[in-house]
Design a protein. Sequence first.
Length: 228
Amino acid sequence: MKIKNVINKIKCFYYAKIAPLTNGNEYLVNCPCCDWRGGKFLPSGKRNNVLCPNCGSFERHRLYYLYLKNVLPSDIKIKILHFAPEKVITRLFKSYTNAEYLSVDIDPGVAMMQADITNLPFNNNSFDVIFCSHVLEHIIDDNKALIELFRVLKSGCFAIIQVPIKDEFNGKKINLTFEDFSITSPEGREKFFGQSDHVRVCGRDYSDRFKAAGFQVEINKFIENYTV
């Protein structure tokens, strides 16, 4: 595993720093998170052209970055709560001098504070912005987590809470969210949920759980602003 990590670092360094020099002025992709430009992003898993070799961002991180730059206020004081913090998003949040920023994670040493998303140590109505991406698919009691997120969010403010939604998985159409808590082994979860630490496959009905927790759900197709 260590050798693989070294190889990946060398590959990223080459594509981030050396490969662009051979392209002349022909840049086909541009990462908004770090302004890296090159011929293409790196592959990740079975997907091609997704990983920025300079900052490590994926497509979703680049979309988050653009969206947050569009919606975050810069002229009023805000409190931001960030779960399982991604480095590129953390840098963006911290660039706002009007923001009081706090990152949390259930694992120690990963974020500024260790906290359980199903039992948050914050008062009601504490935060103006909550950012929680690709977390709830790991949480068995996601309903309790959503209730906690709604509790600590100030009235009239917003949360960005994303899970991977699948319309098809393992060759089968996904109509409803699938979960089976008797499946506990990493191998079983990999087989039925697509990842060893996932506990469900989220379908398009997953937004109903947000509504049940009290959220007003908005489906924002911001990505269409950048479709070419």
